[in-house]
Design a protein around this ligand. Sequence first.
Ligand code: AGP
Length: 610
Amino acid sequence: MCGVVGYIGGRDAVPVLINGLTKLEYRGYDSAGVAVLNDGRINICKTKGRIQNLQDKLLVNPLQGHVGIGHTRWATHGVPSDENAHPHPSGDRKIAVVHNGIIENYMEFKEELEAKGYKFLSETDTETVANLIDDYYRSGMDILDAVFKVLDRIEGSYALGVLCSDFPDQLIAARKDSPLVVGIGDGENFIASDMPAILNYTKNVYLLDDKEVALIKADSVKIFDADRNEVKKDVFTFDWDIEAAEKNGYDHFMLKEIFEQPKVVKDNLSRRFDSNGKVTLDGIKLGKEELANINRIYICACGTAYYAGLIGKYLIERMVRIPVNSEMASEFRYKEPLIDDKTLMIVVSQSGETADTLAAMRLAKEKGARVMGIVNAVGSSIAREADDVLYTLAGPEIAVASTKAFSAQVVAMYLLTIHLAQELGKMDEKTTMEIKGYMEELPSLVNNILAKVPVIQRLTQKYIGSKNVFYIGRGLDYIVGMEGSLKLKEIAYLHSEPYAAGELKHGPIALIEDTTLVVGIVTQEELFEKTVSNIREVKARGARVLAIAMEGNKEIEKYADDVFYIPRTHWMLAPLLANIPQQLFAYYMALGLGNDVDKPRNLAKSVTVE
Ligand code: AGP
Protein backbone atom coordinates (compact mmCIF):
# COMPACT_ATOMS: atom_id res chain seq x y z
CA MET A 1 0.00 0.00 0.00
CA CYS A 2 2.92 2.35 0.63
CA GLY A 3 5.87 3.09 -1.61
CA VAL A 4 9.44 2.47 -0.51
CA VAL A 5 12.57 3.67 -2.30
CA GLY A 6 16.24 3.79 -1.37
CA TYR A 7 19.50 4.92 -2.93
CA ILE A 8 23.23 4.52 -2.36
CA GLY A 9 25.90 5.74 -4.79
CA GLY A 10 27.62 8.82 -6.21
CA ARG A 11 24.55 10.96 -6.89
CA ASP A 12 22.83 13.32 -4.56
CA ALA A 13 20.30 10.98 -2.91
CA VAL A 14 17.36 13.38 -2.48
CA PRO A 15 16.53 13.98 -6.18
CA VAL A 16 16.74 10.23 -6.82
CA LEU A 17 14.43 9.52 -3.88
CA ILE A 18 11.95 12.24 -4.88
CA ASN A 19 11.92 11.01 -8.45
CA GLY A 20 11.22 7.49 -7.20
CA LEU A 21 8.52 8.63 -4.78
CA THR A 22 6.76 10.56 -7.53
CA LYS A 23 6.56 7.34 -9.53
CA LEU A 24 5.31 5.45 -6.48
CA GLU A 25 2.75 7.98 -5.34
CA TYR A 26 -0.02 5.76 -6.73
CA ARG A 27 0.78 3.28 -3.96
CA GLY A 28 -0.17 5.75 -1.24
CA TYR A 29 -0.36 9.50 -1.00
CA ASP A 30 -1.34 10.72 2.43
CA SER A 31 2.17 11.59 3.62
CA ALA A 32 5.75 11.29 2.44
CA GLY A 33 9.31 11.61 3.67
CA VAL A 34 13.00 11.02 3.11
CA ALA A 35 15.96 10.28 5.38
CA VAL A 36 19.50 10.95 4.21
CA LEU A 37 22.75 10.01 5.89
CA ASN A 38 25.45 12.69 5.89
CA ASP A 39 28.52 13.23 8.11
CA GLY A 40 27.47 10.42 10.42
CA ARG A 41 24.01 11.90 10.97
CA ILE A 42 20.61 10.86 9.74
CA ASN A 43 18.56 13.87 8.63
CA ILE A 44 14.87 13.46 8.03
CA CYS A 45 12.29 15.54 6.23
CA LYS A 46 8.68 14.32 6.21
CA THR A 47 5.23 15.73 5.96
CA LYS A 48 1.54 15.03 5.73
CA GLY A 49 0.13 15.26 2.19
CA ARG A 50 1.47 14.71 -1.28
CA ILE A 51 5.07 14.47 -2.53
CA GLN A 52 4.75 18.12 -3.64
CA ASN A 53 4.39 19.13 0.03
CA LEU A 54 7.59 17.22 0.77
CA GLN A 55 9.39 18.94 -2.10
CA ASP A 56 8.24 22.34 -0.82
CA LYS A 57 9.55 21.50 2.64
CA LEU A 58 12.88 20.33 1.20
CA LEU A 59 13.28 23.63 -0.64
CA VAL A 60 13.29 25.41 2.73
CA ASN A 61 15.42 22.77 4.48
CA PRO A 62 17.49 20.99 1.84
CA LEU A 63 19.09 17.64 2.74
CA GLN A 64 22.30 16.31 1.26
CA GLY A 65 23.97 12.93 1.19
CA HIS A 66 24.64 9.96 -1.02
CA VAL A 67 22.64 7.35 0.82
CA GLY A 68 18.98 7.63 1.74
CA ILE A 69 15.54 6.11 2.00
CA GLY A 70 12.12 7.50 1.07
CA HIS A 71 8.49 6.64 1.60
CA THR A 72 5.02 7.56 0.44
CA ARG A 73 2.31 6.42 2.81
CA TRP A 74 -1.18 4.94 2.78
CA ALA A 75 -2.13 5.10 6.45
CA THR A 76 -2.78 1.89 8.38
CA HIS A 77 -1.68 2.66 11.96
CA GLY A 78 -2.44 6.24 12.86
CA VAL A 79 -3.92 9.14 10.91
CA PRO A 80 -2.02 10.86 8.10
CA SER A 81 0.20 13.40 9.92
CA ASP A 82 3.77 14.68 9.98
CA GLU A 83 4.51 12.48 13.02
CA ASN A 84 3.13 9.31 11.46
CA ALA A 85 4.88 9.90 8.14
CA HIS A 86 7.93 7.71 7.41
CA PRO A 87 10.93 7.48 7.74
CA HIS A 88 10.81 6.74 11.46
CA PRO A 89 13.98 7.25 13.48
CA SER A 90 14.97 5.46 16.64
CA GLY A 91 14.98 7.71 19.72
CA ASP A 92 18.57 8.89 19.16
CA ARG A 93 18.35 8.92 15.32
CA LYS A 94 20.98 6.20 15.00
CA ILE A 95 18.54 4.14 12.98
CA ALA A 96 15.91 5.21 10.44
CA VAL A 97 13.34 2.92 8.87
CA VAL A 98 10.83 3.02 6.02
CA HIS A 99 8.25 0.27 5.93
CA ASN A 100 5.44 -1.02 3.77
CA GLY A 101 3.17 -3.60 5.42
CA ILE A 102 1.81 -4.21 8.90
CA ILE A 103 3.63 -5.43 11.99
CA GLU A 104 0.88 -7.32 13.75
CA ASN A 105 2.56 -7.84 17.13
CA TYR A 106 4.16 -4.39 17.49
CA MET A 107 2.35 -3.55 20.75
CA GLU A 108 4.26 -6.30 22.50
CA PHE A 109 7.60 -4.64 21.59
CA LYS A 110 6.34 -1.16 22.20
CA GLU A 111 5.58 -1.96 25.83
CA GLU A 112 8.91 -3.74 26.21
CA LEU A 113 10.77 -0.76 24.75
CA GLU A 114 8.81 1.79 26.78
CA ALA A 115 9.80 -0.09 29.90
CA LYS A 116 13.42 0.44 28.82
CA GLY A 117 12.86 4.18 28.46
CA TYR A 118 12.18 4.48 24.73
CA LYS A 119 9.76 7.29 23.86
CA PHE A 120 7.45 7.05 20.86
CA LEU A 121 6.57 10.05 18.74
CA SER A 122 4.11 8.38 16.37
CA GLU A 123 1.21 5.96 16.45
CA THR A 124 2.84 3.68 13.89
CA ASP A 125 3.99 0.09 14.08
CA THR A 126 7.12 1.08 12.11
CA GLU A 127 8.61 3.25 14.84
CA THR A 128 8.74 0.14 17.01
CA VAL A 129 10.91 -1.57 14.41
CA ALA A 130 13.37 1.35 14.38
CA ASN A 131 13.65 1.31 18.17
CA LEU A 132 13.86 -2.46 18.38
CA ILE A 133 16.77 -2.55 15.92
CA ASP A 134 18.36 0.24 17.94
CA ASP A 135 17.91 -1.72 21.16
CA TYR A 136 19.58 -4.86 19.80
CA TYR A 137 22.34 -2.83 18.16
CA ARG A 138 23.07 -1.06 21.42
CA SER A 139 23.27 -4.37 23.22
CA GLY A 140 26.42 -5.03 21.18
CA MET A 141 25.07 -6.85 18.15
CA ASP A 142 26.31 -6.20 14.65
CA ILE A 143 23.76 -4.05 12.77
CA LEU A 144 22.89 -6.84 10.34
CA ASP A 145 22.42 -9.27 13.24
CA ALA A 146 20.20 -6.70 14.97
CA VAL A 147 18.01 -6.49 11.86
CA PHE A 148 17.81 -10.29 11.62
CA LYS A 149 16.94 -10.51 15.30
CA VAL A 150 14.05 -8.07 14.83
CA LEU A 151 12.81 -9.90 11.74
CA ASP A 152 12.79 -13.14 13.75
CA ARG A 153 10.47 -11.53 16.27
CA ILE A 154 8.05 -9.52 14.20
CA GLU A 155 4.88 -10.98 12.72
CA GLY A 156 3.11 -9.57 9.71
CA SER A 157 4.28 -8.20 6.41
CA TYR A 158 7.09 -5.86 5.54
CA ALA A 159 9.22 -4.28 2.88
CA LEU A 160 11.84 -2.46 4.91
CA GLY A 161 14.62 -0.02 4.20
CA VAL A 162 17.01 0.61 7.11
CA LEU A 163 19.77 3.20 7.62
CA CYS A 164 22.25 3.21 10.51
CA SER A 165 24.29 6.36 11.10
CA ASP A 166 27.38 4.30 12.02
CA PHE A 167 27.43 2.80 8.51
CA PRO A 168 27.26 5.62 5.98
CA ASP A 169 28.28 3.27 3.18
CA GLN A 170 25.41 0.83 3.46
CA LEU A 171 21.69 0.38 3.30
CA ILE A 172 19.77 -2.67 4.53
CA ALA A 173 16.57 -3.98 2.95
CA ALA A 174 14.26 -6.87 3.82
CA ARG A 175 10.92 -8.20 2.71
CA LYS A 176 8.12 -10.57 3.66
CA ASP A 177 4.73 -10.62 1.92
CA SER A 178 5.32 -7.16 0.53
CA PRO A 179 7.18 -6.48 -2.72
CA LEU A 180 10.74 -5.14 -2.80
CA VAL A 181 13.44 -5.20 -5.46
CA VAL A 182 17.10 -4.24 -5.33
CA GLY A 183 18.00 -2.19 -8.41
CA ILE A 184 21.51 -2.71 -9.74
CA GLY A 185 23.38 0.26 -11.15
CA ASP A 186 26.98 1.03 -12.04
CA GLY A 187 28.62 2.17 -8.80
CA GLU A 188 25.16 2.79 -7.35
CA ASN A 189 22.30 0.64 -6.15
CA PHE A 190 18.64 1.12 -5.28
CA ILE A 191 15.71 -0.40 -3.49
CA ALA A 192 12.09 0.00 -4.57
CA SER A 193 8.73 -1.48 -3.75
CA ASP A 194 7.82 -1.22 -7.42
CA MET A 195 9.85 -1.00 -10.58
CA PRO A 196 8.67 2.40 -11.91
CA ALA A 197 10.49 4.07 -8.99
CA ILE A 198 13.90 3.19 -10.39
CA LEU A 199 13.18 2.70 -14.09
CA ASN A 200 14.94 6.01 -14.85
CA TYR A 201 18.19 4.56 -13.56
CA THR A 202 18.18 0.81 -14.15
CA LYS A 203 16.16 -2.08 -15.52
CA ASN A 204 18.28 -4.73 -13.76
CA VAL A 205 17.18 -5.96 -10.38
CA TYR A 206 17.39 -8.72 -7.83
CA LEU A 207 13.88 -9.82 -6.88
CA LEU A 208 13.97 -10.37 -3.14
CA ASP A 209 12.12 -13.43 -1.88
CA ASP A 210 10.26 -13.63 1.40
CA LYS A 211 12.43 -13.26 4.49
CA GLU A 212 15.50 -12.32 2.50
CA VAL A 213 17.71 -9.48 3.68
CA ALA A 214 19.97 -7.42 1.41
CA LEU A 215 23.09 -5.58 2.51
CA ILE A 216 23.56 -2.93 -0.12
CA LYS A 217 26.64 -0.80 -0.77
CA ALA A 218 27.37 1.45 -3.74
CA ASP A 219 29.35 -1.25 -5.48
CA SER A 220 28.02 -4.49 -4.02
CA VAL A 221 24.85 -6.28 -2.99
CA LYS A 222 24.81 -9.26 -0.65
CA ILE A 223 21.58 -11.15 -0.11
CA PHE A 224 20.93 -13.50 2.80
CA ASP A 225 18.13 -15.96 3.48
CA ALA A 226 16.32 -16.19 6.83
CA ASP A 227 19.07 -18.52 8.13
CA ARG A 228 21.64 -15.89 7.24
CA ASN A 229 23.19 -17.92 4.45
CA GLU A 230 24.29 -15.79 1.53
CA VAL A 231 22.20 -16.56 -1.57
CA LYS A 232 23.24 -16.01 -5.15
CA LYS A 233 20.44 -14.62 -7.26
CA ASP A 234 20.01 -14.13 -10.97
CA VAL A 235 19.72 -10.62 -12.29
CA PHE A 236 16.21 -9.99 -13.62
CA THR A 237 15.88 -7.46 -16.43
CA PHE A 238 12.60 -5.59 -16.95
CA ASP A 239 11.80 -4.82 -20.56
CA TRP A 240 9.50 -1.90 -19.71
CA ASP A 241 10.22 1.46 -21.33
CA ILE A 242 10.62 4.54 -19.19
CA GLU A 243 7.73 6.05 -21.21
CA ALA A 244 5.49 3.25 -19.95
CA ALA A 245 5.60 4.86 -16.52
CA GLU A 246 5.07 8.43 -17.82
CA LYS A 247 1.84 10.22 -18.77
CA ASN A 248 3.09 11.04 -22.27
CA GLY A 249 0.91 14.08 -22.73
CA TYR A 250 -2.30 12.62 -21.28
CA ASP A 251 -3.90 14.49 -18.39
CA HIS A 252 -4.03 11.35 -16.28
CA PHE A 253 -2.51 7.90 -16.22
CA MET A 254 -6.02 6.48 -16.24
CA LEU A 255 -6.83 8.12 -19.57
CA LYS A 256 -3.49 7.09 -21.03
CA GLU A 257 -4.09 3.52 -19.91
CA ILE A 258 -7.62 3.50 -21.36
CA PHE A 259 -6.16 4.60 -24.70
CA GLU A 260 -3.45 1.92 -24.54
CA GLN A 261 -6.08 -0.81 -24.68
CA PRO A 262 -6.08 -1.46 -28.44
CA LYS A 263 -2.36 -2.22 -28.19
CA VAL A 264 -2.77 -4.23 -24.99
CA VAL A 265 -5.49 -6.39 -26.57
CA LYS A 266 -3.36 -6.83 -29.68
CA ASP A 267 -0.25 -7.82 -27.68
CA ASN A 268 -2.27 -10.35 -25.71
CA LEU A 269 -3.61 -11.94 -28.87
CA SER A 270 -0.38 -11.93 -30.80
CA ARG A 271 1.00 -15.40 -31.61
CA ARG A 272 -1.64 -17.17 -29.50
CA PHE A 273 -3.50 -18.88 -32.39
CA ASP A 274 -1.86 -21.12 -34.98
CA SER A 275 -3.20 -21.27 -38.54
CA ASN A 276 -5.73 -23.96 -37.53
CA GLY A 277 -6.98 -21.83 -34.67
CA LYS A 278 -5.27 -23.88 -31.94
CA VAL A 279 -4.48 -21.72 -28.91
CA THR A 280 -1.04 -21.98 -27.33
CA LEU A 281 -0.44 -20.27 -24.02
CA ASP A 282 3.26 -20.03 -23.15
CA GLY A 283 3.78 -20.79 -19.50
CA ILE A 284 0.63 -22.94 -19.20
CA LYS A 285 1.23 -26.66 -19.17
CA LEU A 286 -2.36 -27.81 -18.94
CA GLY A 287 -2.90 -30.47 -21.56
CA LYS A 288 -5.48 -33.24 -21.73
CA GLU A 289 -3.53 -35.44 -19.30
CA GLU A 290 -3.17 -32.78 -16.60
CA LEU A 291 -6.82 -31.80 -17.02
CA ALA A 292 -7.95 -35.40 -16.60
CA ASN A 293 -6.51 -35.19 -13.11
CA ILE A 294 -8.50 -32.10 -12.14
CA ASN A 295 -11.98 -32.28 -10.66
CA ARG A 296 -12.42 -28.80 -9.22
CA ILE A 297 -11.48 -25.32 -10.45
CA TYR A 298 -11.36 -22.17 -8.36
CA ILE A 299 -10.78 -18.70 -9.75
CA CYS A 300 -9.72 -16.40 -6.97
CA ALA A 301 -8.95 -12.65 -7.01
CA CYS A 302 -9.92 -9.25 -5.62
CA GLY A 303 -11.74 -6.21 -7.03
CA THR A 304 -11.51 -5.75 -10.76
CA ALA A 305 -9.45 -8.93 -11.16
CA TYR A 306 -12.27 -10.81 -9.41
CA TYR A 307 -14.72 -9.57 -12.04
CA ALA A 308 -12.40 -10.75 -14.80
CA GLY A 309 -12.43 -14.10 -12.97
CA LEU A 310 -16.25 -14.11 -12.99
CA ILE A 311 -16.18 -13.72 -16.77
CA GLY A 312 -13.78 -16.68 -16.86
CA LYS A 313 -16.11 -18.77 -14.70
CA TYR A 314 -19.11 -17.95 -16.91
CA LEU A 315 -17.29 -18.83 -20.11
CA ILE A 316 -15.57 -21.98 -18.87
CA GLU A 317 -18.84 -23.32 -17.48
CA ARG A 318 -20.82 -22.44 -20.58
CA MET A 319 -18.28 -23.42 -23.23
CA VAL A 320 -16.13 -26.11 -21.58
CA ARG A 321 -18.89 -27.49 -19.36
CA ILE A 322 -16.72 -27.79 -16.21
CA PRO A 323 -17.99 -26.34 -12.92
CA VAL A 324 -15.88 -23.44 -11.64
CA ASN A 325 -16.04 -21.70 -8.26
CA SER A 326 -15.23 -18.05 -8.44
CA GLU A 327 -14.15 -16.63 -5.09
CA MET A 328 -13.15 -13.31 -3.58
CA ALA A 329 -9.68 -13.94 -2.23
CA SER A 330 -10.47 -12.03 0.96
CA GLU A 331 -13.21 -14.57 1.79
CA PHE A 332 -11.62 -17.70 0.43
CA ARG A 333 -9.32 -18.61 3.30
CA TYR A 334 -11.97 -18.32 5.94
CA LYS A 335 -14.44 -20.79 4.52
CA GLU A 336 -12.37 -23.95 4.74
CA PRO A 337 -12.35 -24.41 0.98
CA LEU A 338 -12.36 -27.88 -0.49
CA ILE A 339 -8.89 -28.21 -1.95
CA ASP A 340 -6.78 -31.23 -2.75
CA ASP A 341 -4.33 -32.39 -5.38
CA LYS A 342 -7.12 -32.61 -7.92
CA THR A 343 -7.88 -28.89 -7.60
CA LEU A 344 -6.82 -26.27 -10.12
CA MET A 345 -6.53 -22.86 -8.49
CA ILE A 346 -6.42 -19.92 -10.89
CA VAL A 347 -5.47 -16.60 -9.30
CA VAL A 348 -5.85 -13.33 -11.19
CA SER A 349 -3.91 -10.22 -10.26
CA GLN A 350 -2.52 -7.13 -11.93
CA SER A 351 0.13 -6.51 -9.29
CA GLY A 352 0.81 -10.10 -8.37
CA GLU A 353 1.22 -8.85 -4.80
CA THR A 354 -2.34 -8.46 -3.45
CA ALA A 355 -2.14 -9.86 0.08
CA ASP A 356 -5.43 -11.79 0.05
CA THR A 357 -4.87 -13.26 -3.41
CA LEU A 358 -1.36 -14.31 -2.49
CA ALA A 359 -2.56 -15.88 0.75
CA ALA A 360 -5.38 -17.76 -1.03
CA MET A 361 -2.90 -19.04 -3.56
CA ARG A 362 -0.45 -20.18 -0.88
CA LEU A 363 -3.21 -21.97 0.99
CA ALA A 364 -4.23 -23.81 -2.17
CA LYS A 365 -0.63 -24.75 -2.89
CA GLU A 366 -0.07 -25.99 0.63
CA LYS A 367 -3.07 -28.30 0.25
CA GLY A 368 -1.72 -29.76 -2.96
CA ALA A 369 -3.59 -27.79 -5.64
CA ARG A 370 -2.04 -26.91 -8.95
CA VAL A 371 -1.82 -23.13 -9.13
CA MET A 372 -2.07 -20.97 -12.21
CA GLY A 373 -1.37 -17.23 -12.02
CA ILE A 374 -2.88 -14.81 -14.50
CA VAL A 375 -0.62 -11.90 -13.67
CA ASN A 376 0.50 -8.59 -15.10
CA ALA A 377 3.54 -7.68 -13.02
CA VAL A 378 6.49 -9.70 -14.23
CA GLY A 379 8.54 -11.22 -11.43
CA SER A 380 5.87 -10.51 -8.81
CA SER A 381 5.24 -12.93 -5.94
CA ILE A 382 2.27 -14.63 -7.60
CA ALA A 383 4.21 -14.98 -10.86
CA ARG A 384 7.10 -16.55 -9.04
CA GLU A 385 5.13 -18.90 -6.83
CA ALA A 386 2.51 -20.18 -9.30
CA ASP A 387 3.05 -23.49 -11.12
CA ASP A 388 1.84 -22.03 -14.40
CA VAL A 389 1.85 -18.34 -15.34
CA LEU A 390 -0.09 -16.55 -18.02
CA TYR A 391 1.23 -12.99 -18.26
CA THR A 392 -1.29 -10.34 -19.22
CA LEU A 393 1.17 -8.08 -21.08
CA ALA A 394 -0.48 -4.79 -20.19
CA GLY A 395 2.75 -3.02 -19.14
CA PRO A 396 2.87 -1.01 -15.92
CA GLU A 397 -0.55 0.16 -14.75
CA ILE A 398 -0.12 3.27 -12.64
CA ALA A 399 -3.64 4.67 -12.19
CA VAL A 400 -5.33 3.28 -9.10
CA ALA A 401 -8.43 2.48 -11.15
CA SER A 402 -7.59 -0.57 -13.20
CA THR A 403 -8.51 -0.35 -16.89
CA LYS A 404 -6.07 -1.87 -19.34
CA ALA A 405 -5.15 -4.64 -16.89
CA PHE A 406 -8.83 -5.67 -16.77
CA SER A 407 -9.06 -5.81 -20.57
CA ALA A 408 -5.90 -7.92 -20.65
CA GLN A 409 -7.33 -10.25 -17.97
CA VAL A 410 -10.54 -10.63 -19.95
CA VAL A 411 -8.57 -11.54 -23.08
CA ALA A 412 -6.67 -14.08 -20.94
CA MET A 413 -10.03 -15.57 -19.89
CA TYR A 414 -11.10 -15.83 -23.54
CA LEU A 415 -7.88 -17.58 -24.48
CA LEU A 416 -7.96 -19.89 -21.48
CA THR A 417 -11.56 -20.88 -22.22
CA ILE A 418 -10.74 -21.70 -25.83
CA HIS A 419 -7.58 -23.56 -24.78
CA LEU A 420 -9.48 -25.70 -22.26
CA ALA A 421 -12.31 -26.32 -24.72
CA GLN A 422 -9.86 -27.41 -27.40
CA GLU A 423 -7.90 -29.70 -25.06
CA LEU A 424 -11.10 -31.37 -23.92
CA GLY A 425 -12.61 -31.60 -27.38
CA LYS A 426 -15.43 -29.18 -26.56
CA MET A 427 -14.85 -26.74 -29.42
CA ASP A 428 -14.67 -27.65 -33.08
CA GLU A 429 -12.40 -25.97 -35.59
CA LYS A 430 -15.24 -24.06 -37.26
CA THR A 431 -16.28 -22.40 -33.98
CA THR A 432 -12.66 -21.66 -33.08
CA MET A 433 -12.00 -20.04 -36.43
CA GLU A 434 -15.16 -17.97 -36.11
CA ILE A 435 -14.21 -16.71 -32.63
CA LYS A 436 -10.60 -16.17 -33.72
CA GLY A 437 -11.86 -13.93 -36.55
CA TYR A 438 -13.90 -11.86 -34.13
CA MET A 439 -11.01 -11.67 -31.66
CA GLU A 440 -8.63 -10.36 -34.27
CA GLU A 441 -11.02 -7.45 -34.87
CA LEU A 442 -11.03 -6.47 -31.18
CA PRO A 443 -8.13 -3.93 -31.22
CA SER A 444 -9.74 -1.92 -34.00
CA LEU A 445 -13.19 -2.20 -32.39
CA VAL A 446 -11.76 -0.81 -29.14
CA ASN A 447 -10.30 2.04 -31.20
CA ASN A 448 -13.72 2.74 -32.69
CA ILE A 449 -15.16 3.11 -29.20
CA LEU A 450 -12.31 5.37 -28.10
CA ALA A 451 -13.09 7.64 -31.04
CA LYS A 452 -16.49 8.28 -29.43
CA VAL A 453 -15.11 10.15 -26.40
CA PRO A 454 -17.24 13.26 -27.22
CA VAL A 455 -20.39 11.12 -26.97
CA ILE A 456 -19.37 9.93 -23.50
CA GLN A 457 -18.49 13.48 -22.44
CA ARG A 458 -21.97 14.62 -23.47
CA LEU A 459 -23.57 11.75 -21.55
CA THR A 460 -21.60 12.46 -18.38
CA GLN A 461 -22.62 16.11 -18.51
CA LYS A 462 -26.24 15.00 -18.76
CA TYR A 463 -26.10 12.51 -15.89
CA ILE A 464 -23.64 14.20 -13.54
CA GLY A 465 -26.36 15.13 -11.02
CA SER A 466 -27.45 11.52 -10.46
CA LYS A 467 -27.56 10.53 -6.80
CA ASN A 468 -27.53 6.76 -7.25
CA VAL A 469 -26.46 4.66 -10.17
CA PHE A 470 -27.53 1.08 -10.79
CA TYR A 471 -25.76 -1.08 -13.35
CA ILE A 472 -28.11 -3.81 -14.49
CA GLY A 473 -27.85 -6.69 -16.91
CA ARG A 474 -28.06 -10.44 -17.16
CA GLY A 475 -25.34 -13.03 -17.65
CA LEU A 476 -22.13 -11.46 -18.93
CA ASP A 477 -23.84 -8.05 -19.01
CA TYR A 478 -24.39 -8.27 -15.26
CA ILE A 479 -20.72 -9.10 -14.66
CA VAL A 480 -19.51 -6.24 -16.82
CA GLY A 481 -21.85 -3.94 -14.87
CA MET A 482 -20.03 -4.93 -11.68
CA GLU A 483 -16.82 -3.54 -13.12
CA GLY A 484 -18.57 -0.38 -14.35
CA SER A 485 -20.05 0.21 -10.94
CA LEU A 486 -16.71 -0.29 -9.17
CA LYS A 487 -15.03 2.28 -11.44
CA LEU A 488 -17.72 4.84 -10.69
CA LYS A 489 -17.43 4.30 -6.93
CA GLU A 490 -13.64 4.39 -6.96
CA ILE A 491 -13.03 7.61 -8.80
CA ALA A 492 -16.36 9.49 -9.03
CA TYR A 493 -17.28 8.65 -5.39
CA LEU A 494 -20.84 8.10 -6.57
CA HIS A 495 -22.95 5.52 -4.85
CA SER A 496 -23.58 2.81 -7.37
CA GLU A 497 -24.63 -0.82 -7.35
CA PRO A 498 -24.45 -3.57 -9.88
CA TYR A 499 -27.56 -5.71 -9.92
CA ALA A 500 -28.64 -8.79 -11.80
CA ALA A 501 -31.57 -7.25 -13.67
CA GLY A 502 -33.96 -10.02 -12.64
CA GLU A 503 -33.18 -9.46 -8.96
CA LEU A 504 -34.31 -5.82 -8.91
CA LYS A 505 -37.88 -6.71 -8.08
CA HIS A 506 -36.72 -8.68 -5.06
CA GLY A 507 -35.88 -5.54 -3.13
CA PRO A 508 -33.64 -2.87 -4.66
CA ILE A 509 -36.32 -1.49 -6.95
CA ALA A 510 -37.58 0.29 -3.81
CA LEU A 511 -34.58 2.61 -4.18
CA ILE A 512 -35.44 3.75 -7.69
CA GLU A 513 -36.54 7.38 -7.95
CA ASP A 514 -36.14 10.20 -10.43
CA THR A 515 -32.58 11.04 -9.35
CA THR A 516 -31.49 7.46 -10.08
CA LEU A 517 -29.51 6.63 -13.18
CA VAL A 518 -29.77 3.06 -14.42
CA VAL A 519 -27.07 1.86 -16.79
CA GLY A 520 -28.69 -1.03 -18.63
CA ILE A 521 -26.25 -3.31 -20.40
CA VAL A 522 -27.93 -5.28 -23.16
CA THR A 523 -25.24 -6.79 -25.36
CA GLN A 524 -26.36 -10.40 -24.87
CA GLU A 525 -29.08 -10.74 -27.46
CA GLU A 526 -30.65 -13.93 -26.10
CA LEU A 527 -31.32 -12.09 -22.83
CA PHE A 528 -32.38 -8.81 -24.41
CA GLU A 529 -36.16 -9.15 -23.98
CA LYS A 530 -35.78 -10.10 -20.32
CA THR A 531 -33.51 -7.16 -19.46
CA VAL A 532 -35.74 -4.80 -21.41
CA SER A 533 -38.68 -5.65 -19.16
CA ASN A 534 -36.54 -4.71 -16.15
CA ILE A 535 -35.52 -1.48 -17.87
CA ARG A 536 -39.21 -0.68 -18.41
CA GLU A 537 -39.88 -1.32 -14.73
CA VAL A 538 -37.25 1.19 -13.59
CA LYS A 539 -38.36 3.73 -16.20
CA ALA A 540 -41.91 3.43 -14.89
CA ARG A 541 -40.58 4.43 -11.47
CA GLY A 542 -38.85 7.57 -12.66
CA ALA A 543 -35.27 6.41 -13.30
CA ARG A 544 -33.32 7.66 -16.28
CA VAL A 545 -31.77 4.90 -18.37
CA LEU A 546 -28.50 4.90 -20.25
CA ALA A 547 -28.18 1.69 -22.27
CA ILE A 548 -25.07 0.03 -23.65
CA ALA A 549 -26.01 -2.09 -26.66
CA MET A 550 -24.51 -3.57 -29.80
CA GLU A 551 -24.81 -1.60 -33.02
CA GLY A 552 -27.95 -2.42 -34.94
CA ASN A 553 -30.12 -2.84 -31.85
CA LYS A 554 -32.64 -0.08 -32.61
CA GLU A 555 -35.29 -1.63 -30.36
CA ILE A 556 -33.54 -0.45 -27.19
CA GLU A 557 -34.02 3.20 -28.24
CA LYS A 558 -37.74 2.80 -27.42
CA TYR A 559 -37.00 2.22 -23.75
CA ALA A 560 -33.74 3.99 -22.88
CA ASP A 561 -33.14 7.74 -22.60
CA ASP A 562 -29.77 7.31 -24.29
CA VAL A 563 -27.96 4.45 -25.96
CA PHE A 564 -24.22 4.03 -26.32
CA TYR A 565 -23.52 1.62 -29.14
CA ILE A 566 -20.52 -0.71 -29.15
CA PRO A 567 -19.53 -2.38 -32.44
CA ARG A 568 -21.08 -5.76 -33.18
CA THR A 569 -19.03 -8.75 -32.09
CA HIS A 570 -19.34 -12.36 -30.89
CA TRP A 571 -21.43 -12.54 -27.69
CA MET A 572 -18.51 -13.77 -25.56
CA LEU A 573 -16.35 -10.77 -26.56
CA ALA A 574 -18.97 -8.14 -25.81
CA PRO A 575 -17.91 -7.63 -22.13
CA LEU A 576 -14.52 -6.35 -23.21
CA LEU A 577 -16.10 -3.77 -25.53
CA ALA A 578 -19.01 -2.85 -23.24
CA ASN A 579 -16.57 -2.02 -20.47
CA ILE A 580 -14.69 0.65 -22.45
CA PRO A 581 -17.57 3.22 -22.38
CA GLN A 582 -18.01 2.40 -18.67
CA GLN A 583 -14.35 3.31 -18.03
CA LEU A 584 -14.70 6.57 -19.95
CA PHE A 585 -18.00 7.35 -18.24
CA ALA A 586 -16.39 6.95 -14.79
CA TYR A 587 -13.36 8.97 -15.88
CA TYR A 588 -15.32 11.95 -17.21
CA MET A 589 -17.77 11.79 -14.31
CA ALA A 590 -14.85 11.96 -11.84
CA LEU A 591 -13.29 14.85 -13.77
CA GLY A 592 -16.63 16.69 -13.85
CA LEU A 593 -16.95 16.26 -10.09
CA GLY A 594 -13.46 17.68 -9.59
CA ASN A 595 -11.90 14.49 -8.24
CA ASP A 596 -8.27 13.47 -8.46
CA VAL A 597 -8.71 10.66 -10.97
CA ASP A 598 -5.32 9.00 -10.58
CA LYS A 599 -5.24 9.25 -6.80
CA PRO A 600 -8.76 8.65 -5.53
CA ARG A 601 -9.40 9.22 -1.85
CA ASN A 602 -8.78 6.37 0.60
CA LEU A 603 -7.38 4.06 -2.07
CA ALA A 604 -3.99 2.79 -3.07
CA LYS A 605 -2.96 0.79 -6.10
CA SER A 606 -1.78 -2.42 -4.48
CA VAL A 607 -3.48 -3.80 -1.43
CA THR A 608 -0.53 -5.58 0.11
CA VAL A 609 -2.11 -5.77 3.56
CA GLU A 610 -5.20 -7.77 4.52
C1 AGP B 1 -9.55 -1.71 -9.47
O1 AGP B 1 -9.81 -0.53 -10.12
C2 AGP B 1 -8.95 -1.65 -8.17
N1 AGP B 1 -8.29 -0.52 -7.79
C3 AGP B 1 -8.86 -2.90 -7.35
O2 AGP B 1 -10.14 -3.40 -7.23
C4 AGP B 1 -7.89 -3.99 -7.85
O3 AGP B 1 -8.38 -4.55 -9.02
C5 AGP B 1 -7.74 -5.05 -6.75
O4 AGP B 1 -7.19 -4.44 -5.62
C6 AGP B 1 -6.89 -6.23 -7.17
O5 AGP B 1 -5.59 -5.85 -7.45
P1 AGP B 1 -4.60 -6.82 -8.20
O6 AGP B 1 -5.17 -7.06 -9.55
O7 AGP B 1 -3.30 -6.09 -8.24
O8 AGP B 1 -4.52 -8.10 -7.42
